[in-house]
Design a protein around this ligand. Structure first.
Ligand code: NDP
Length: 328
């Protein structure tokens, strides 16, 4: 499978490492807005084709699949161009800047018979998959509440457009709440119906962007989830906590890229550590995507899933602006 990369980004380098673990995957080209960055990225990652003009690069590259990881405002036009060239597309989150654009991407993939997936890599985590099983099996009883803490301290090398470019889709809600909304949908197997959010800047984000936010989501059946996303939380660990009428379970670390987690279940017999293997979440995501492109199963997170998580983040932005609950 011949892969093209749109966006000479930090995450693209990480994804290429994981892609190289897959038999038959051939990272072949990079398209960047800058000739120098394209050349440098191609050299660094051993890619044969470096380009800056998307249409001619797609033509020349004859890629089977394209991974889009540019800044957020470019995802929709670039993914649409790749789909129209007959490529399968794995697109970074947020899928687009508007729900209409995301819908158009989903429709375009359907029309062209190509796979459109969203890189919600956290679905590739054995710990998150175990949480989903625990909910589905009824072992926790009726799950009525969840808490997600996905607070990080944005590393120096990523303190760029996320903090000062609203037009590029900066801010912590579009960056991280999309992941949390997706993992909650995945684990709870319910749809979010409303959101209420508070978003602030603790000083790292500028230009009206938020770097710290708290939201409450209401899911089908009245299940409530509280989410905290931050760029300014030093030395924090991610946590997911699910509360049921029979037991509760929490994970520590399951929302980090590292793929290592401590999972603890508490019930009437006390506290139990659940074994979960470490995993490369990107490798798992890429494997499922590759299989889906070959007609075997579905990607871990589809275009429609990316649309759903985007709608939550857009709803949260609107809620924080209006100071009230927003129906989704
Ligand atoms: P980067 O800031 O590393 O790169 C984003 C874009 O910025 C690149 O496409 C590139 O544009 C441009 N750029 C890169 N380096 C420079 C530079 N030195 N000077 C000027 N411009 C530069 O972004 P991330 O890798 O952090 O994120 C990219 C996308 O991936 C985002 O949509 C983000 O939400 C998503 N992401 C997803 C993750 C996941 O696990 N699912 C994890 C991290 C990010 P050009 O292509 O024109 O060269």
């Amino acid at each position: 499978m011949r892969w093209g990369f749109v966006g000479a980004s930090d995450i693209a380098g990480r994804v290429i490492e994981s892609l190289r673990k897959l038999d038959g995957a051939e990272p072949a080209g990079i398209c960047s807005g800058s000739e120098q960055r394209a050349r440098e990225f191609a050299r660094q990652h051993g890619l044969a084709l470096a380009g800056t003009d998307l249409e001619s690069w797609l033509e020349q590259g004859a890629f089977d699949a394209v991974y889009v990881s540019s800044t957020n405002q470019l995802h929709a036009p670039q993914a649409l161009a790749a789909l129209r060239h007959g490529c399968h597309v794995l697109c970074e989150k947020p899928l687009a800047m508007s729900a209409d654009d995301a819908r158009e991407m989903v429709a375009c993939a359907e029309r062209s018979g190509r796979v459109l997936a969203t890189n919600h890599h956290l679905r590739g985590s054995p710990a998150n998959q175990r949480l989903r099983e625990l909910v589905a099996s009824g072992e926790l009883g009726e799950v009525h509440s969840a808490q997600v803490s996905h607070a990080v301290y944005l590393p120096r090398h990523l303190q760029g457009w996320r903090l000062d470019r609203p037009e590029a889709g900066g801010g912590v809600l579009l960056d991280i709440l999309v992941h949390d909304a997706d993992i909650l949908r995945f684990v709870l197997q319910r749809e979010p119906r409303a959101v209420i959010s508070f978003a602030t800047s603790a000083g790292m984000a500028r230009a009206g962007l938020e770097d710290n936010a708290m939201s409450v989501l209401e899911f089908d059946g009245g299940v409530l989830a509280q989410c905290h996303e931050s760029f300014v939380a030093a030395h924090a660990q991610s946590r997911v906590h699910l509360f049921g009428t029979r037991a509760n379970v929490y994970s520590v670390g399951a929302l980090s890229q590292a793929g290592t987690t401590r999972l603890v279940l508490r019930d009437e017999r006390g506290e139990h550590l659940i074994d979960v293997p470490a995993a490369d979440l990107y490798e798992n995501t890429l494997r499922a995507f590759t299989d889906a492109c070959a007609g075997r199963g579905a990607p871990l997170s589809s275009g429609a899933d990316g649309l759903a998580s985007l709608r939550v983040a857009l709803g949260a932005l609107e809620s924080s602006r209006l100071g009230r609950r927003v129906e989704l």
